[in-house]
Design a protein around this ligand. Structure first.
Ligand SMILES: *Cc1c(COP(=O)(O)O)cnc(C)c1O
Length: 383
């Protein structure tokens, strides 16, 4: 493939950093995880950053630490990665799905209040494809009902609202460093938050609930376990990659923006196809995970063929996300599924194609992607 959808941007810096860790004695509990946390906090201007083994682990850790369990409900978007809902369900609490808004694919804020019950403990939002949710509006609802507000920031490093980084509008934000995300540590995640007390609790639960970190143990082997906890730590190898990746993030973001703008221009005015906007204005800064094209229903019916032709032409594409989460078998069987509730969440799953704009690509690639797609659509319309 000439133009893959996503490529981990690993260079000699990351390779050397990992080799250096491997040459030493410290593979966990070391300075790399703390350095990466510090760098991530600096980038986002977060008071606290806590490294974890994945975004899913981070979200689960938060809900578990808050004591969520059977009988509790958390509002989540219907259009998202299944992890957003799984993190809730893992505690025994129930994920309650809310429809997407058509303009952005983000949770429809106007529909949140109707989903709140006496059992609701939290609202989770997702910055879909890096377009930030209008957080002040969601925050007002969360405050009015005294609910915890979690931001799934897996696709939103670099995205902000009113000059404040995503993840810092609500009570906590969780990022993912899975290989095809904006930056990678192979597997990994980061929680950012403002509240020092909650940060301390999360750190405790992240590592078995043990009352002393490795560095704090004056006498080796002397520690106590005060609460139930996980092993959701990030290793020094993963963190070493992250330290190099975060240095490159501003450059990656600039390339994503330029590619997105170029591809948007190239795909403007194509019949049967609309580009999902990714605003950069005085309030919202998107971070361009991909460029999503919305196909009209006739073209959407032929999406498998269109994507197959793209692949044959060497252009990678993807679907975000392949199903509205309540339509996935696990959730469908557990809660039943009423398709009339989520027409827009369903539209994003069934009628869009995600095209690559990652930093591995340039303006020429954007031209190739657009030309290829336009040609495929012409052939379909004529044939
Ligand atoms: C990728 C993704 C996740 C999962 O991240 P992991 O680090 O793999 O756990 C969660 N939420 C969203 C919105 C994602 O895109």
């Amino acid at each position: 493939m000439n133009i893959p959808f996503g490529v981990p941007m690993i260079g000699p810096e990351e390779r050397n950093a990992v080799a250096e860790v491997l040459a030493g004695p410290i593979l966990v509990h070391g300075p790399k995880a703390t350095d990466f946390e510090r760098a991530f906090a600096e980038f986002t201007k977060a008071p606290h950053a806590i490294s974890v083994s994945s975004c899913t682990a981070g979200m689960h850790l938060i809900y578990f630490t808050l004591g969520f369990g059977p009988g509790d409900e958390v509002i989540v978007p219907a259009q998202t990665h299944v992890a957003t809902a799984h993190a809730v369900e893992l505690t025994g609490a129930k994920a309650v799905f809310v429809e997407a808004e058509t303009e952005t694919g983000n949770i429809d804020i106007d529909k949140i209040e109707a989903a709140i019950t006496s059992k609701t403990k939290a609202i989770a939002v997702v910055h879909y494809l890096g377009v930030p949710v209008d957080m002040p509006r969601v925050k007002a609802i969360a405050d009015k009902h005294s609910l915890f507000l979690l931001e799934d920031c897996a696709l939103s490093p670099g995205a902000s609202v009113d000059g404040i980084h995503t993840g810092l509008h609500g009570d906590a934000g969780v990022f993912s460093f899975y290989p095809v995300k904006h930056i990678t540590t192979a597997e990994g995640g980061m929680i950012i938050l403002k509240d020092s007390e909650l940060a301390a609790k999360l750190k405790l639960r992240k590592a078995f609930g043990v009352d002393r970190t490795h560095g704090e143990r004056k006498v080796p082997g002397v520690y106590d376990t005060v609460v139930l906890g996980f092993n959701y730590r990030m290793s020094e190898l993963h963190a070493a990659i992250g330290i190099e990746q975060i240095k490159k993030l501003p450059d990656f973001l600039a390339k994503r923006l330029a590619n997105h703008q170029e591809l948007s221009r190239n795909l403007a005015n194509v019949d049967g196809l609309n580009v999902l906007p990714a605003p950069v204005n005085d309030r919202f800064t998107s971070c361009h995970y991909c460029l999503s094209v919305i196909l009209d229903p006739t073209l959407a019916a032929r999406r498998p063929e269109i994507m197959d032709e793209l692949t044959k032409a060497g252009v990678g594409s993807s679907v975000y996300y392949p199903q509205p989460v309540p339509r996935m078998t696990y959730y469908k069987e557990k809660y039943g599924y009423d398709e009339t509730l989520y027409p827009y969440a369903t539209m994003f799953s069934d009628q869009t194609i995600a095209l690559p704009v990652g930093p591995h690509l340039n303006a020429n690639d954007m031209k190739t992607i657009a030309d290829t797609l336009i040609k495929i659509i012409k052939n379909i319309n004529n044939g």
